[in-house]
Design a binder for this molecule. Structure first.
Ligand code: ADP
Ligand code: MG
Length: 441
């Protein structure tokens, strides 16, 4: 079903050191059966899995599926190949801890544009022996159970290929056996490729064992004829639906209320200062005559002295700019912090078949909510307190008004700033890190 011919893959570190991960590797895989890949640490096993799963591309060589050469496929098409046909199982499970089991498994379906059907999820949970676990959270189950959930998540979309990178590496022997039996069962109808460093485990379960050494094929117990099962692979575009992305976006925030609160609060405070200064400076520039008339001569005298003494017009303008720069910087620090913290989640979305667009949709919803909350809070604080703060802080200046025009402008500012930061950070993470290196952290 799958053929790799003369695959080469090098990694170049930032300092320019080149590591040969795969060196002229040729191997082919059947449509079904359990294939073990054995090899020492660093021999290139994970690199091979990533290429097989469309998470990474080879530097040269051919990658042929059902007779179709994948080499020419764009990253977008590779995303769809992974989305529709590949299920991943990782050594450290990569279950989203704050999501329920239903959500974790349902996500794999939704990333394919399908409904997260409860009946289907219950069926697959039954298959992996975890009936009635759907409502538990990812962090409320044991390691072995997590791995079974990961298998269920890989299976739910009925992929033709299951790729498991050291799936039992973090499990005790009894649980390992259970996972292996599960994967063995699946391999009756699908291709299951398992990376392992345990030869005994391989002997016990494998239909075929491939050994890799220094990025080259060292041994292959199976002579696998290249066979095609004539079910053409489709590379159809499927996306996370609008409501599903909204739900997951809102969801991740609601599970991190503390962080939302701090982020919102800090942005709101920064915005509030911008309001305050804005309304104050607005008055320095153009005192409202109607309000000016309400001032007593003493207040007026105090003010003109105060304004002239403390805020000459030129520095007032610079101060206003500085205030906005601070606002933008604070927003950036907090938003990129929260996106970076969820780097792993981004990797999981991608490995499950999401592409950059799907992931951006989820995070943009988060940005929308944070921007909205901060703005409402700042506006409320402004509306309720700006006048009061002005009076106390600037020693009786009842002339300063809350300015809705400025509030509107601030909304546009905070909104566009937060959304652009989120887009930039997510794109940066996906561009500069392979999914596997994200997931390893
Ligand atoms: N993202 C990367 N950047 C630089 N070197 C890498 C990267 N990923 C893997 N390598 C190197 O490539 C080689 C093969 O790695 P890998 O495929 O992960 O091996 P294995 O899974 O067999 O342990 C190793 O020498 C590893 O250090
Ligand atoms: Mg590895």
């Amino acid at each position: 079903m799958i053929q790799l011919k003369n695959i080469k893959k090098n990694y170049t570190s930032r300092k320019g050191v080149v590591t040969r991960a795969l060196n002229d590797l040729s191997v082919s895989f059947p449509s079904r059966g359990l294939v073990f890949i054995l090899g020492k640490s660093g021999s290139g096993k994970s690199t091979l899995m990533n290429i097989l799963g469309g998470l990474d591309t080879a530097d040269s060589g051919e990658f042929i599926i059902e007779g179709k050469n994948i080499e020419g496929l764009s990253q977008v098409e590779l995303d769809h190949y992974r989305n529709a046909h590949v299920g991943f199982v990782f050594q450290d499970f990569n279950i989203i801890e704050t999501f329920s089991i239903y959500e974790n498994i349902g996500l794999a379906l939704q990333l394919q544009g399908q409904k997260a059907s409860k009946t289907r999820i219950d069926e697959i949970l039954d298959f992996v022996g975890l009936k009635d676990f759907g409502k538990r959270k990812g962090n409320e189950i044991s390691g072995g159970q997590k791995q079974r959930i990961a298998v269920a998540r890989a299976l739910i979309k009925k992929p033709r290929i299951i790729l498991a990178d050291e799936p039992t590496g973090n499990l005790d022997s009894k649980t390992s056996d259970q996972i292996m039996q599960l994967l063995k069962e699946v391999s009756k109808t699908n291709l299951v490729v398992i990376v392992s460093h345990d030869p005994e485990e391989a002997e016990l379960y494998a239909d075929r064992i491939i050994k890799i050494k220094d990025g080259k094929l060292a041994e292959d117990t199976g002579k696998d004829p290249v066979e095609f099962d004539h079910q053409p692979f489709s590379f159809v575009h499927q996306h996370l639906g609008f409501w599903a992305s909204f739900k997951y976006g809102i969801h991740s925030i609601s599970r991190k209320k503390g962080q939302l609160l701090i982020t919102t609060f800090v942005i709101a405070i920064a915005m509030l200062f911008a309001y305050l200064l804005g309304s104050y400076l607005g008055f320095v520039d153009q005192p409202n005559p109607a309000l000016l008339n309400t001032l007593s001569p003493a207040e007026l005298a105090f003010m003109s002295q105060d304004l002239q003494g403390y805020l000459p017009s030129a520095s007032a303008f610079q101060l206003n700019i500085a205030m906005y720069v601070i606002l933008v910087a604070v927003t950036y620090v907090f938003l990129s912090m929260s996106v970076t913290q969820r780097k792993k989640q981004i990797g999981i979305f991608k490995a499950l078949g999401g592409n950059t667009k799907d992931i951006l949709r989820i995070f943009i919803w988060e940005g929308v909510v944070i921007a909205l909350f901060s703005w409402v809070l700042a506006t409320y604080l402004g509306y309720a307190y700006v006048l009061d703060i002005n009076i106390k802080f600037f020693n009786a200046l009842p002339v300063l008004e809350f300015n809705w025009l400025q509030a509107g402008m601030n909304f546009v500012l905070i909104f566009s700033v937060s959304i652009s930061f989120i887009i930039l950070t997510v794109m940066g993470i996906l561009k500069n890190n392979s999914v596997i290196s994200i997931l390893k952290k």
